[in-house]
Structures are given as C-alpha cells and as structure tokens.
Design a protein around this ligand. Structure first.
Ligand code: ATP
Ligand code: MG
Length: 910
C-alpha cells in the first residue's frame, strides 16, 4: 500500500480535522514567548499553554483539544540547537501537532486514534511503524506502564514484538525541571537501512532509540499523571490527561517521500531563495559544509521570524540573548556562503509566504521583523570578519596545545570585543576538532559581572533586605484618595529595618506605614512624592517604591521627630494629578497609534511622570509627520469627548479574552487590574475603546487631561520607536515657553509673530547667497596652482611615454598641491611628478607616480626619501603619493634637480 502524498498545509489541516471529528476543539497556538510563565523562556511543546489545567489551577472550557503549536527548542531541558543542520530532522523552530484530553479519554483512545490517523487516514504502511512504552524507574518509584503495552496490541494490529519498553530518558516526558509530567508512548518510523548514519560505527546495530537516523520518532503520546515539584518529588495529579505531540516537519518528510525535512515544502522555498541570493546550489548532503550552512540558515530564519513576531528582541540577556545567539550563528553561516553584507533579513518574505496561512501574525509584523534582523546583522557584521581572523589565530595556537583547547582568554576576547557568543566559538572550534576552555571563560565572565556590579553600586540608602522580613502595606487607597491616616510601622535606614526607636530632623530613611495612598513606582509610572505629618513632625516623601508587598516612603524628616506607632496623615503631592493625566494619555496614545499604524504597534515600555510621558513601541520605520498628527488628533478628539475611565479586577484569562493589552514578558498574577477607557462602569469594560493590564493611577474622565501634544519622536533601537508627549500642566508650560520664543523673535526681527517664519526664510536665503559670493571671491585670489602645474606639464621632458614633471610652484596649502599632483597624474596618464614649494622657511616636497611607472620600480616614497635630506628634512609615503618637509628653502632647486636625475636614471636603465 502506498501512503498519500500531502502538502504540509494539508497534513496540518487533516490532523486538526481528524481530531475535530473525534470531538476535539481547535485551540490556536500560544505565542512562542510565553506571556505568563517565568519558568520557561520559549514554548517548547504543545502542552505549555495547558499547564495550568493539568495542575488543576484552572478548569478547561473543553475536555478535548487539538492544535498546531509553534515550538522553539534552543534552551533549557529541550535544546536541539547543536543538532540543527547536522541531521535532517531536528529544528530549533518546529510545529508540534497535538491532541489533548483533560480528564476525559485516556491511553486506549490516544493510542488507537494515533494509529488510525497514521495508517488509515494518511496510509503509512504499518510495517514501518514501531511503538515504545515506559519501562518504569526505580529512583522515582514508578512502575512499568503495562497498561499501555497491553493496549497497543489490543486496540491496534501492531505486532507485539514491535512494542518496546524504555526507561525514563526516552519514555518519561517532562517539560522542564518542574511541572506536569508522565510516562509516554512513542511512535517511531523505520526509514530503511539506507538512512542509517552510523554504518561505520563498530558494534552499531540499527533499532528504535539506538541512536542512528534510520529510526526516528514521529509522535509522542504522553499520559500526564504527575507534577514534579521544586524538590524533585513527583506528586500524583488528581486527574488524568493525554498530551500528544507529533512533529509536522517529520511527517511531511515521510508523506512527501523525502529523505530530509529540509527537502519538504516547508523548507525548500526558503532554501531556493538562499540559493537565488547567494548563487550556491543546495545538494542535500549531510556533512557537506555548504549544504549545512543552507540548512542552518533556513532553520534559524524561521526561528527568528516567529520569535521576534511574538515579542522577543535581540539583547544581551535572557530570551533576547538566545535570539541574538541564533542570529549570530546564522550570520556566521552566511559567511560560509560568501555573504558579507546583511542578507538573512531578505529571507523574511519567503518565510512569511510559506507560513502565514497558518500563522497570520507573522505577516502583520513582517516589516518590523526585517528591520530588527537587518540591523542586528549589520551591527554584528562590523566585527564578525575581524572576529573570524582572531578566532583563526586562537585556533592556530590551540592546535599546538596538548589538549587541543582554545583558551578561556581567547574565547572571552571573542565574546567581549567581537560579540561572539560562547556557543558560536565552541561551534567553530568543534569544526576544527578543538575544544574551548569554558571554565576559564566563565571565570572571566564572572569577573566582568563583578566589575559591572561594583561600578553600578547604587547610591540608594537601601540596604539589601530579604522580602520576607518586610511587613505588608495595604495600599488600595492609592486608587481612591490623595490623603489618608495611618500608623508608622517602622522604617529602613542604612543599617536595615527598624521597628522601634525615633527619627529626628535631618534623618534620611524610608518610612513604612500600615496603610498608604502613595503609589509606589511600577509599570512605568513614577512613585509619588508628598508629605507625612503628625502633630510632632513633618516628613518629606521624595519617592515611593515597593519591595514585595511593602511600600517604602523614602525621604527625610524636615521638622520634629517620629516614633514607631505614631499616628500620621500621609498626603500625596499635587503632582499626582499630572501623573494621572499623563498615564491615561499614554493608554490613549497606544490606542491611537494602533488605530493609525496598525497592529504592529506593541508597547515596549513607558515612563509616566508629572512633567511628561514617554511611550516606547515596536514599529519598523519612522511614522510620517502626517501619521503622528493623525494619532495626536485622535487622542485630542477623545479628550474632547470627555469619555469616562474605569477599572476592574478580573481573572487573568478573562482579561486576556477581552483582548486587554499586556506587556510582553511582564509577570502578572492570576487576577489582573484592567483599565478601560470609554466605559461608564466595570460591567461595561468589554465595550471600552482601550483596555490595558495596568496597576497605575488614572483620571476619572478624559476631559481633565486638558490637552495633548507629541513633542518628539525618535528611534531608540532597531524597530523600536519612542514618543515623548505632554498633557495638562506640562503642556501649558511648554506652550508658554514656545510663545515667549516667538515673541522674542518677533521683536528681534521687527515683524509681527505671523511673519516670523517668512522673515527667517528670507534671511537664510540671503545668508546662503552671501556665503557663496564669499567663497568664489576667495578662490579667485592667491596663486593659481592648477595652471602653474599645467605649465610644468606642457614644458616637461618625456622618456618613452612617461612624463617627468618636476618643478617649483608658489606657496599654497598642501591640499591644493596634492590636487595638482592628482590632476597631473590624470592628464599625463604616465608620469613621475615632483613639486616643491616654500612657505617662509618651511619646505614641502611632494611626489606622485602613476601605476605603470611603479611597476617599473619608480616609487614616490623612494623619491622623496632620497631628496629630503638636501633640504635638511625627511619624509616618505606610498608608491603612489609621498611627501616630505624640510628647513632649507634655498636648496629646493637642488632637491628638484636631484629628483629629475633619479627619475631619468630609473626610466633609462629599464
Ligand atoms: P527526539 O528524540 O527525536 O529529539 P523528542 O523526544 O525530543 O524527539 P518530544 O519532546 O516527545 O520529542 O516531542 C514530540 C514530537 O515533536 C516528536 O515526536 C517529534 O516528532 C517532534 N520534535 C521534537 N523535537 C523536534 C525538533 N527539534 N525538530 C522537529 N521536530 C521535533
Ligand atoms: Mg529531543
């Protein structure tokens, strides 16, 4: 029986349709950058987004689900980076097709349906398939999965000798060090003896999990029954779950009769494009340097497109550094294909063409992604070629060491000066059969970190405190009032936390109250300033911050004294009003920018203070002045409509469903505060024009913002723009200053304000005209060196076709004399030139020789070197152009005569 031949798109949809027909709900892939999971850098399996369901934290809305998940395996427990390109079936980015049961069906159905889809729907020959089950694990106290083993032969026609048991490494699936996990049952395919890549390894015998590429895993059926906790223990979950994952790329290779995933319709368009750009041919061979570069680049560009689309940006730490490493690896492979200019970004459109039907988001952000990649490529490109040379020297040295190891110092220099991530150096070392001293490298890294820390030492008075020591401050009043009564619980001074004693005038501390209406710095909004008063003293609050749930009022005692237990009144400064206006305006601005520029606008950060607001967002290019005006106008319209602003605290899932905008990478709790603009009450929040996850303070109605103006738009890094804008008080102040400037100009120019710009324009034009006149006047004065040189050319002696132009010219700036030599070289075509002139008692000798005569052994540098001593000087230069200075103007002619002699001698003797 022959199996079906299907495109990747058909495979994806037939998988989804098959499970839909079995009562599964289609759930879109979660973003590759997990929004709310700090335990994971990137999505690495389909189950990530269902983790909270497995842990019993949320209940699912459906009991069966199916999807195609975007996965990245470049870090942590699942890291396939080293395999990429070397084999045909491990990628950094891949799609995992999966079906789930949330305490509904279990092993029997999971096994039966997987078999049915593979053999009946897709028609893969059963004789090529093998199954594995969990053999148990003593250390974890887990028994063998006999149930699964029995089911295989019961619900499928597979022959019993093709059901094999393996241990924890192969058949116990875990997403990371902690989290839901369980025994699994895998389906492998036998690709035939030809595909074995270990034929030459003595003692190798092909088989499932035997380490060669003849048998590869297609589909993993995981039976989630446990949760691994931080101490490594396994806890039984209350319910039973099915979690399966099948690699789309591997199935595509099988169904398209290809020997490699790279030969399928998922990769070939990208490979063809690389070929088109670089001029190299892809020949699909493993172990071939060029082909390997093709595979790595085709793999990495997919990763980059998906990861950057979902919010990862190249940087020096965390997720960002993983992305940077991938891009730098790709850049280095681009060198293998002879590409020295940025080119990987040119592959973005082809990835978008191939993948955007299934994942529309990559189309929306394609321009942004290109911009980010190109700029990273360009900046790394500036040091890469030099780094490759440095590496070659280091490798050379390593060849001579006993253990063939590149030193930690060299690896560190490559990292620090040339931007080579350690794994890139390792990879290049590996290619030459060398190792890298990573221990020393890490030591040097740590030293550098310590230096950075020392240099950064904050001037804050805060000692380091454990979160647990600190009391909790009740601070919900910050949303409701500007003043409240409270008790002093303690304070922190240079020595640490104090919960008894006294502070007096001049003391600088951070006061802790039992409750407060002060807003502690968070989410871009600055912490409040204000005053804490009692009948015995006054404390000026200069800033407010929060450590864990403890609010710290930092400042100094201005008058009197305070004791722990004192009753006080805490009053926020009037600045709070300006801060609220700026914060609400920031939300409005994001809404307006998305409206005008589209969905590629996503917040990257913000600053909200009393004087101005700043909003950073992703966008591939500079918005036009018209677009900015339009966004500004939209904000103003909403302010004029005086819409209400409300907020609600909602479960995170509900807020996400409402489409509330969250900040990438920000950690939110299970309940979040959502601020809505344009809703009268909490219940109307779903109708709000803008909804954002936000813990900040806001105006009640837009009207009180009182005006809005963008004063600056700039780029802060590749693909990230920054807008600075003003509202209310800050705006009024700004407008007044501007108005003063116009008044001053109007007085200076003696015209009414409306005519100022016309007048300035006139003045500028006049200025330009005068400057031009001055310049031409300047050139007409002084000696005309060019015509003097011209005369020397006309009168010069010739030997063969070569002109011997030697002579004295008038005093002139050296640049002019050089221009004259250049002009003579061009005009004469073949010439040896020596010009000399004096300026006071300084002599300059200048020589130029055309390339044809250089070949005959005549060099400008030699000529000046020979004649400079005559004028009591020295000099030199290149064969083409050289220069000397001297101190005896009376000897210039002697020097020139000598020069002519030297030249003639050289030319005649040839
Ligand atoms: P392998 O042993 O081949 O690395 P795995 O055990 O790491 O696979 P799982 O974690 O069980 O794989 O993932 C489920 C499925 O996803 C696999 O059966 C395979 O089809 C696919 N898959 C896993 N890793 C990759 C990868 N790096 N590239 C492409 N597909 C992959
Ligand atoms: Mg793996």
């Amino acid at each position: 029986m022959r199996h079906k031949v299907l495109s990747a798109a058909q495979i994806r949809s037939s998988f989804i349709d098959f499970f839909k027909s079995k009562g599964h709900e289609f759930v879109p892939s979660s973003p590759i950058v997990p929004i709310n999971d700090q335990t994971l850098l990137f999505a690495n399996a389909g189950m990530n987004q269902f983790k909270d369901i497995f842990l019993g934290l949320v209940s699912p809305e459906y009991s069966r689900a199916v999807n195609s998940q975007k996965c990245l395996r470049v870090s942590g427990k699942h890291n396939d980076l080293e395999e990429v390109g070397k084999d045909t079936y491990h990628h950094t980015f891949f799609e995992m097709l999966g079906n789930w049961s949330f305490d509904d069906y279990f092993k029997a159905e999971a096994i039966e349906w997987a078999w049915q889809l593979l053999t009946e729907v897709w028609g893969i020959e059963p004789g090529r398939l093998w199954a594995t089950v969990f053999a148990g694990d003593k250390a974890d106290g887990l028994p063998e999965d006999e149930e699964a083993a029995k089911l295989w032969t019961k619900v499928t026609p597979i022959s019993p000798d093709r059901v094999l048991a393996f241990g924890r490494k192969d058949n116990f699936w875990e997403m990371g060090d902690t989290g839901p996990c369980g025994p699994c049952s895998e389906i492998h395919i036998d690709l035939g003896p030809d595909m074995c890549d270990k034929k030459d390894v003595p003692g190798h015998s092909c088989g499932v999990n035997a380490g060669c590429s003849r048998f590869i895993e297609l589909w993993n059926l995981v039976f989630i029954q446990y949760n691994r906790t931080e101490n490594g223990k396994l806890l039984s979950l209350g319910a039973k779950y099915v979690d399966t994952g099948a690699g789309l790329e591997r199935i595509a290779a099988v169904l398209q009769n290809k020997k490699s995933n790279y030969d399928t319709d998922l990769f070939m368009p990208v490979i063809d494009r690389i070929s088109g750009i670089t001029g190299h041919k892809y020949t699909s061979r493993l172990g071939n340097k060029t082909d390997n570069a093709f595979r790595v680049i085709a793999d990495h560009i997919r990763t980059l497109v998906f990861a950057i689309t979902d919010g990862a940006i190249p940087s020096n730490e965390g997720r960002g550094y993983v992305i940077r490493r991938i891009l730098r690896r790709a850049s280095r492979y681009a060198r293998v294909l002879g590409m020295h200019e940025p080119f990987i970004y040119k592959l973005v459109p082809i990835v978008v063409d191939t993948m955007s039907d299934a994942f529309g988001e990559i189309k929306e952000r394609a321009d942004f992604v290109s911009t980010v990649i190109e700029s990273e490529e360009a900046s790394f490109g500036r040091t890469l070629d030099r780094g490759i040379e440095i590496f070659a020297d280091a490798a050379e040295r390593a060849e001579h060491t006993a253990d063939k190891t590149i030193s930690g110092e060299d690896a560190f220099q490559l990292y620090d000066t040339y931007g080579f991530p350690l794994d890139l150096t390792q990879l290049m070392a590996n290619e030459r059969g060398l190792k890298v001293d990573t221990v020393k490298f890490e030591e040097l890294m740590e030293e550098q970190r310590q230096r950075a820390r020392a240099a950064q030492k904050s001037d804050s008075l805060m000692p380091t405190l454990a979160d647990a020591e600190l009391p909790v401050t009740e601070d919900m009043q910050k949303y409701r009032m500007d003043s409240c009564d409270a008790l002093i619980v303690g304070w922190i001074d240079k020595e640490g936390l104090k919960n008894k004693g006294k502070i007096t005038a001049g003391d600088e501390v951070a006061i802790i109250l039992d409750k407060t209406c002060f807003y502690a710095e968070a989410g871009g909004q600055v912490g409040d300033c204000g005053i804490i008063k009692s009948d015995k003293g006054q404390f000026i609050v200069e800033g407010t911050t929060k450590i864990a749930n403890c609010v710290l009022h930092q400042g100094r005692v201005a008058e009197g004294a305070f004791n722990v237990g004192d009753k006080v009144t805490a009053t926020v400064s009037k600045d709070r009003n300006s801060i609220k206006k700026n914060h609400t305006a920031t939300h409005l601005l994001q809404w307006a920018l998305q409206d005008v520029l589209g969905k590629s606008v996503a917040q990257q950060g913000s600053f909200v203070g009393p004087d101005y607001l700043r909003f950073d967002f992703t966008y591939p290019k500079a918005p036009s002045p018209e677009e900015l005006k339009e966004a500004e106008q939209k904000v103003r319209e909403k302010i004029a409509e005086d819409l209400p602003v409300t907020w609600a605290v909602l479960p995170k899932e509900q807020a996400q469903k409402l489409g509330a905008m969250a900040l990438f990478g920000e950690k939110y709790g299970s309940e979040v505060r959502v601020v809505g603009i344009g809703a009268e009450s909490e219940n109307g929040i779903s109708e709000a024009i803008s909804r954002e996850f936000c813990g900040g303070t806001h105006v009640d109605r837009l009207g009180s913002i009182g005006g809005f103006k963008i004063i600056k738009e700039e780029s802060i890094s590749a693909g990230v723009r920054r807008i600075t804008a003003l509202t209310g008080h800050g705006l009024a102040k700004y407008l007044e200053q501007r108005s003063d400037i116009v008044d001053q100009l109007s007085q200076m120019l003696k015209v009414p304000a409306e005519a100022v710009s016309n007048r300035v324009e006139q003045l500028l034009a006049e200025n330009k005209r005068l400057a031009k006149e001055l310049k031409t006047a300047g050139t007409s004065s002084g000696p005309d060196i060019m015509s003097e040189a011209q005369t020397l050319l006309q009168k010069c002696e010739k030997i063969g076709g070569a002109h011997i132009i030697v002579g004295r010219i008038s005093t002139t700036p050296i640049e002019r004399a050089r221009e004259a030599v250049d002009m003579l070289k061009k005009k004469a075509k073949s010439a040896a030139i020596v010009l000399g002139f004096a300026d006071g008692d300084k002599v300059t000798l200048l020589s130029g020789v055309t390339d044809d005569l250089i070949k005959k052994g005549l060099k400008a540098g030699d000529i000046v070197k020979a004649i400079a001593p005559i004028v009591d000087g020295g000099g030199g230069g290149r064969p083409q152009m050289a220069q000397a200075g001297g101190k005896k103007p009376e000897k210039i002619n002697d020097a020139l005569n000598k020069a002519a002699e030297i030249i003639k001698e050289k030319l005649v003797s040839r």
